[in-house]
Design a protein around this ligand. Structure first.
Ligand code: ADP
Ligand code: MG
Length: 503
C-alpha cells in the first residue's frame, strides 16, 4: 500500500490587541446509531413518524418497565470503535445521569460515564495541500437520546414528542487536538465519512443524526506544546462548550466568534468562565446558556436495572472480520491501482456509492480518464439536478461504454459529451447510439482533406491572413469540425490544416 505522508498544519493564530493567540478545540460528536429499534426498547426509530407513535412503555417511563439492551446497538458501537482504530472495552457499564426536563420522562438519561464501551482511538484528518493531522479519540460511549419539546406550535402550550426518546446515540469524544475552525469541520466530515462507510450512523445532519458540541479555548503561543509534552490541561485556557451544532458552516463560524470573544475578554482583564454556550447564527455571536455543571450535579450512579455489559473478544473479532474497506485504505488503493491524484482519490472515495461506481467503471480501463468522466461529467451533471450518485441514470457499464468509444478513437471528445447527454437523458447502449446516429469520428484522412480543401478554396482572404499569422489556423480547424458535425478527428484536422496552409 502507498505511504501517505503528510505535513502537520500550523495552528490557527489570531492576533488580539495585545498578543497572538492560538486555538484549541475538542469535539463531542453525537451520532445516532443506525438501528431499527431503540437502545433499550423495541420501539421503531423511523424518522418523521407521527409524534409519539414510536414510544414503548419503557421509553415513556411507565412504572415497572425495565430496559433491555439492544445487542445490535452494542455491535454498532463496537464496529464504530474498530473503524476509529480504538480500544474496545470488554467490560463497560451504564450509569444514570439525573436531571429534570419535560422531554425526559425517566428523569434521567442512561449513559456511560465511568466505563465507556470504546476507549482511545484516532482519526486521520486530511486538510489538502499535503497537510493532515491525527486527532485522537478519547472515548465513545452509548447513551439514550431525549425527546423533543415543541414550543412554537401554540402561543399558550408546549408539546412533547417522545419518538426520539431512548434512541441510541454514540457520543464520540475527541482530545483537544484540533487547532482551527477548518480542522474542526474536516474532523467532523471525516468522522461522518467513516460512520457512513461502516453503516453505523446515516450521518444525516439535517435530521439531527449527527451533531456536535464544540469545546473552544485560547492559549498563548507555546502553551500548547507544554500541554502536548505533559498532557496537563492546566497549560491550556479554560474552555467553553458550544452546544448542538448541526451544520459544518456554523461549526466553523461559531469557533471563530467564540475565540474572538475569549481573546477580547482576557485581553480586557477578564477571565473565561467554563460554561455551555449557544451559537446564534443570525446575530453571529455565542450566548451563555448555563454555567458548567459538574458530574456530581447529575448524581451519576450505576443503573441498577442494567447489568454491567460484558462482551467476548471473539465477538469483537467476528465484527472486526466484517468491517468494510475504510476511507483511508480505499483512497490509498485508488491512488495506487488507478494512478489517481490525491485530490481525485479523495473526491471518489468521499462516499461508498461513488467509490463503487468509479471502481466498477474504471476496472479494465484507464483510471485517470475514468476519474475525469465520473467527477467532471457525471458528478457535475448530477449536481445540476440535485441528485446524488445513487440516483444516477447512467450506469457504470454505460459510462464505461462511452469511455471505450473515446479511447478506441471511435468518437471525438466533443461527440462524447453529446453522447453522454443522450445516454443521461434517454438511456441506451452507447455503441449502438453511435452506430444508429452516425456519430463515429471521421479518421478517414481523405474525407478530412476534401473538407479542408473546400474551406480553403472558399476563403482566400482568410488563407492569406493565416499564412501571415499561423495562430489563425484554428479558424480553419473550427470550420472543418463544423462541416463534419464535430465528428472529424481533431488531431488529424490540425495536421492537415497546417500542411495545406503551408503547402
Ligand atoms: P466534560 O466531561 O466536562 O464534558 P471532557 O473532559 O469530557 O469534559 O471534555 C470534553 C471535551 O472538551 C473533549 O472533547 C475535550 O477534548 C475538550 N477539551 C478539554 N479541554 C479543552 C480545552 N482546554 N480547550 C478546548 N477543548 C477542550
Ligand atoms: Mg462532555
Amino acid at each position: 500500500m502507498l505511504d501517505l505522508a503528510y505535513d502537520t498544519p500550523k495552528p490557527r493564530v489570531i492576533s488580539g490587541a495585545k498578543h497572538d493567540w492560538e486555538l484549541v478545540i475538542g469535539l463531542e460528536v453525537h451520532a445516532q446509531v443506525q438501528s431499527n429499534a431503540k437502545l433499550f426498547s423495541g420501539a421503531s426509530t423511523t424518522f418523521g413518524a407521527e409524534p409519539n407513535s414510536n414510544v414503548a412503555f419503557v421509553d415513556s417511563a411507565m412504572p415497572g418497565m425495565l430496559p433491555v439492551i439492544n445487542e445490535f446497538c452494542v455491535e454498532q458501537a463496537v464496529r464504530t470503535g474498530l473503524g476509529l482504530k480504538a480500544k474496545i472495552n470488554l467490560n463497560s457499564a451504564f450509569d444514570r445521569k439525573n436531571y429534570f426536563y419535560p422531554d425526559l420522562p425517566q428523569g434521567y438519561q442512561i449513559s456511560q460515564l465511568y466505563h465507556p464501551i470504546v476507549g482511545e482511538g484516532e482519526v486521520l484528518v486530511e486538510l489538502g495541500n499535503g497537510l493532515a493531522r491525527i486527532v485522537r479519540i478519547e472515548r465513545i460511549h452509548l447513551e439514550q437520546d431525549a425527546g423533543k419539546s415543541i414550543h412554537d406550535m401554540d402561543p399558550n402550550m408546549s408539546f412533547v414528542d417522545l419518538n426520539r426518546t431512548g434512541v441510541a446515540l454514540m457520543e464520540i469524544v475527541s482530545r483537544p487536538d484540533i487547532r482551527s475552525p477548518e480542522e474542526a469541520a474536516a474532523f467532523f466530515t471525516k468522522l461522518r465519512q467513516i460512520v457512513r462507510y461502516l453503516g453505523t450512523c446515516d450521518g444525516n445532519m439535517q435530521n439531527g443524526s449527527m451533531r456536535a458540541d464544540v469545546n473552544v479555548s485560547i492559549c498563548r503561543v507555546g502553551q500548547y506544546e507544554k500541554y502536548q509534552e505533559t498532557q496537563d490541561f492546566s497549560h491550556l485556557g479554560t474552555r467553553c462548550e458550544i452546544k448542538n451544532m448541526n451544520s459544518m458552516r456554523f461549526i466553523q463560524a461559531a469557533i471563530e466568534v467564540e475565540a474572538r470573544r475569549q481573546i477580547a475578554l482576557v485581553e480586557g482583564g477578564g477571565e473565561v468562565v467554563q460554561e455551555t454556550r449557544l451559537y446564534d447564527p443570525d446575530k453571529g455571536e455565542t450566548r451563555s446558556m448555563r454555567s458548567k455543571e459538574e458530574a456530581h450535579d447529575y448524581r451519576y450512579f450505576p443503573d441498577p436495572d442494567l447489568l454491567p455489559l460484558e462482551i467476548e473478544q471473539s465477538w469483537v473479532d467476528d465484527i472486526a472480520a466484517t468491517l468494510p474497506e475504510l476511507p483511508d485504505a480505499k483512497k490509498a488503493r485508488f491512488i495506487n491501482d488507478f494512478k489517481l491524484s490525491d485530490y481525485d482519490a479523495s473526491v471518489l472515495t468521499a462516499d461508498v456509492e461513488s467509490a463503487r461506481f468509479f471502481e466498477e467503471t474504471a476496472t479494465g480501463r484507464d483510471g485517470k480518464i475514468t476519474a475525469n468522466w465520473v467527477i467532471n461529467e457525471l458528478f457535475g451533471r448530477l449536481k445540476k439536478e440535485g441528485h446524488d450518485i445513487s440516483a444516477s441514470p447512467v450506469s457504470p457499464a454505460q459510462l464505461g461504454g462511452i469511455i471505450d468509444l473515446i479511447t478506441s478513437d471511435a468518437i471525438s471528445g466533443k461527440i462524447a459529451k453529446d453522447l453522454f447527454e443522450i445516454v443521461y437523458t434517454d438511456g441506451g447502449d452507447p455503441a449502438q447510439i453511435v452506430e444508429d446516429r452516425g456519430m463515429k469520428q471521421v479518421t478517414d484522412t481523405g474525407a478530412i482533406e476534401a473538407a479542408v480543401d473546400e474551406i480553403i478554396a472558399a476563403n482566400p482572404a482568410q488563407v492569406e491572413k493565416a499564412r501571415a499569422n499561423p495562430k489563425l489556423a484554428g479558424w480553419f480547424v473550427g470550420q472543418v469540425m463544423k462541416a463534419t458535425g464535430g465528428k472529424a478527428n481533431p488531431k488529424a484536422v490540425n495536421q492537415i490544416v497546417a500542411r495545406k496552409l503551408n503547402g
